[in-house]
Design a protein around this ligand. Structure first.
Ligand code: ADP
Ligand code: MG
Length: 262
């Protein structure tokens, strides 16, 4: 494969949602994503920033193929992944992982966190024996700054910051090419946010993966992202390198975001 092939190419992506009344009549149409295009290069972190409801999570879900676009095209490592069957989707999922705002909203409260982190290694048949998976989970816990012995504990026994470390360990388990992080620090205390940003920065240095980093403000984006796309009402209104964006913000909404920073 060509070295400059983007990890991700999103082309004129559109996602409409319609809500219906009790007679099945269409009452409301939301243009959640309204013609969005961007690329993410290997090893690049692209920030997707915008206020609540601007279409960031929908864009992330479309990229992860957890939802189908109304129009547009998505390519992953050069392959068109807009329309895939279940087997093809499984192969792509192995290379694309997600970190949510609260990773535990999707975890079984009765499953030990080590088993949860090992789960994708098992389901994708990356490591076949329990002993191998146990070893890998211990490495992953260490990598994200958690005592490997914590793998035996249950979700409720962790703080918000620790939970997010576990969510990151789970995303890293399969050595993905792209991580979509949807507001991974929004729900955390400010002091903890900085720790998680530092962890992401270390991982960027070490592992060279690509990231789509979703945030509703620019505070952390400044440290983490090489380029930033600013979203407003389903559209990207400005896209620039992080340096350019802060030095010469062109769109009034970007200017407002910058002046709102502490
Ligand atoms: P953000 O992540 O930027 O806050 P979202 O992508 O979650 O924004 O939402 C964008 C818009 O799409 C919002 O108006 C939201 O209400 C709407 N939306 C998102 N998901 C759905 C859905 N499943 N059904 C109907 N409307 C939705
Ligand atoms: Mg969102």
């Amino acid at each position: 494969m060509n070295a400059v092939t983007p990890v991700l190419e999103v082309d004129e992506l559109v996602r409409h949602f319609t809500t219906k009344d009790f007679l099945g009549r269409e009452v409301h149409r939301v243009r959640a994503v309204d013609g969005v295009s961007f690329t993410v290069a290997p090893g690049e972190t692209l920030g997707l920033v915008g206020e609540s409801g601007s279409g960031k999570s929908t864009t992330g879900r479309l990229v992860l193929r957890l939802d189908d676009p109304t129009e547009g095209r998505i390519r992953f490592e050069g392959q068109d992944i807009t329309h895939l069957n279940a087997a093809q989707l499984l192969a792509v999922r192995r290379k694309m992982q997600v970190v949510f705002q609260d990773p535990f909203s999707s975890l079984n409260p009765r499953m030990r966190v080590g088993d949860a982190v090992a789960e994708p290694l098992k389901s994708h048949r990356i490591l076949k024996t329990a002993a191998e998976r146990h070893e890998r989970v211990a490495q992953l816990f260490q990598r994200v700054g958690l005592d490997p012995r914590f793998a035996e504990r249950f979700p409720h026994q962790f703080s918000g910051g620790q939970r997010q470390r576990i969510g990151i360990a789970r995303a890293l388990a399969v050595s993905p090419r792209l991580i979509v992080a949807d507001e991974p620090i929004t729900a955390l205390d400010v002091s903890i946010q900085a720790q998680i940003v530092n962890l992401f920065m270390d991982l960027q240095q070490e592992l060279g993966m690509a990231y789509l980093f979703i945030a509703h403000d620019l505070a952390m984006v400044r440290f983490l992202c090489h380029r930033v796309a600013v979203m407003l009402r389903g559209r990207i209104v400005e896209m620039a390198t992080t340096e350019q964006l802060f030095a010469h913000p062109r769109h009034p909404y970007t200017q407002a975001l910058i002046s709102a920073m502490p």
